[in-house]
Write a protein that binds this ligand. Structure first.
Ligand SMILES: [Zn+2]
Ligand SMILES: [Zn+2]
Length: 136
């Protein structure tokens, strides 16, 4: 079974990063979120458990997780979500503008297209805005 916290922690370790309690806490919140979540929302969630991190700390963790391909930033609604795929991939995101539900579609060949064109991608924004089946 796909287990995001285990995948995330293994990846951090294999890249030489420590599993700090802040990283662990943010990973758990991302795992439980069913929609993209902002650094401020993560801070609020953790406050409910009596844990108080600075937003910049949470932002840095999200940045690191994104660099490692563990989370994706959804620019159009300014949130982060855990990656739901175990493989090397890129996604197209279908973003509902009403309820902010996000579905990801695997674009398995996208990376190869970039490589074949000697194009070094720094940021990829594959977002389609619209209405999900529940909101339409
Ligand atoms: Zn992904
Ligand atoms: Zn919706």
């Amino acid at each position: 079974m796909y287990d995001f916290p285990i995948k995330a922690k293994n990846k951090l370790k294999s890249e030489g990063y420590k599993i700090t309690s802040a990283r662990d806490d943010v990973i758990e919140i991302l795992n439980e979120a069913d929609k993209p979540i902002s650094p401020y929302e993560i801070q609020e969630e953790l406050k409910k458990s009596g844990i108080d991190y600075k937003v910049i700390t949470i932002y840095r963790i999200l940045d690191l997780l994104s660099q490692l391909g563990l989370t994706h930033r959804i620019y159009s609604i300014n949130g982060y979500m855990k990656c739901d795929s175990e493989h090397i991939h890129s996604h197209k995101f279908l973003v509902c503008e009403s309820c902010h539900d996000v579905q990801s579609v695997d674009l398995k060949h996208e990376k190869h297209v970039n490589e074949a064109n000697s194009f070094k991608a720094s940021r990829e924004i594959n977002e389609v805005l619209g209405l999900c089946s529940k909101c339409d």
